[in-house]
Ligand binder design. Sequence first.
Ligand code: CAO
Length: 450
Amino acid sequence: MSTLVEIKVPDIGDFDSVEVIEVMVAVGDTIEAEQSLITVESDKASMEIPASQGGVVKSVKVNVGDKVKEGSVILEVEAGASAQAAAAPAKAEAAAAPEPKAAAAVEAPAAPKAEAAPAAAPAPSSEKPTPTAALAPADLSGNKLAHASPSVRKFARELGVDLLKVKGSGAKHRVTHEDVRQFVKQALSAGVVSQGAAAAGSADGAALGLLPWPKVDFTKFGPIEAKPLSRIKKISGANLHRNWVMIPHVTNNDEVDITELEALRVTLNKEYEKAGVKFTMLAFLIKAVVAALKKFPEFNASLDGDTLVLKQYYHIGFAADTPNGLVVPVIRDADKKGIVELAKEMSELAKKARDGKLSPSEMQGGCFSISSLGGIGGTHFTPIINAPEVAILGASRSYQKPVWDGKQFVPRLTLPLSLSYDHRVIDGAAAARFNAYLGTLLADFRRIAL
Ligand code: CAO
């Protein structure tokens, strides 16, 4: 048996009458309890009015622009037995739902769903939601509010769309579902949303709940020159951004006594000067890193889903600063090469990098990278892991450090090391051990032979 039931505007708080700004159902629609029927708006708030029960819509009594108040009939539904049965679990589910949070749409049977402006809204009561919150999620910088209904807002949130960027085609420039759809289509076809950004959220981080990127007219403050990023900067920037966002980075900082190693380096430089080989600290670091990777294999690995791929080869990348940006040439099979060969190959690759002549294969296959800023300066820094590697070693400028030898302070040449590691793969203790082991090797390079 079916009965015709009127669905009315419920208690909407302190409002005498509010304007209907959206009608979401039409005659013939089958609706469920809790489904939003209309959106109403006062000068302070917008809210969706949900159905108190399900059924088939027989007549719609309101139009956009009408004024309604508590008790106004929205529509008539034919509530058959099946529809009523369908309504029951929906209500039970809503009742069991967790207490709503301030910025979330309020979910309660037959009560208006108000959506709060972040930070500005009072937390709604769990007993009786009140439409006191301004709907517009606001320009997150707090000075301008987007104009859209809660369902459009929810839709935009799901797609990671910043509503403030969407031009509203509705009444009073209200943003509609269709506007959001068109915005996403245009953004995708214009390539505004890169694949990486789409995975992580929207292009400017809106889906991450971040503030929109500031748009500043710098010319207002002084003369400027706009210079497009180089091709390398764009590529490396996108990679660095992904790696920084996707990898839980932690950096272990340490210091290593390289006094003896420096003496060896100076001696070797004199001996090999005629042969045209120049040794910098980096060649020794590569050799020591290979030994440490052998001792701590999880550093010579990559994550493939839930599987750790442990590599049995040792290809070491080193960051090279070039006029066009950062590149990472790779020394293959570093474990099979001596310091002389490593030093030669490194300077050849560094020259090629600076001349922009590295081939793609010379930048592929790396297991672990080293970023040396020792020739430039600094004490410590946080290198960004070069995915899919799981760790990177940063070396800063060595300096003379006064060290207590039990009787007096003596100057020791000290190299600062910064090991960034992927905490999904490497524990903090392992990173500290890796750095400490590296320290023993660099302090006494003979240990490499062990
Ligand atoms: N402490 C003190 N001096 C150091 C040093 C250290 N840790 N490392 C290098 N030096 C010295 C060298 O011995 C050399 O001295 P001389 O001129 O007296 O011979 C001088 O600094 C310049 O060295 P270099 O930088 O030319 O050579 P390198 O082998 O140390 O590094 C390369 C080569 C290609 C790695 C480096 O030139 C480079 O591009 N570094 C920048 C890397 C970078 O940008 N990293 C940041 C990436 S973001 O994580």
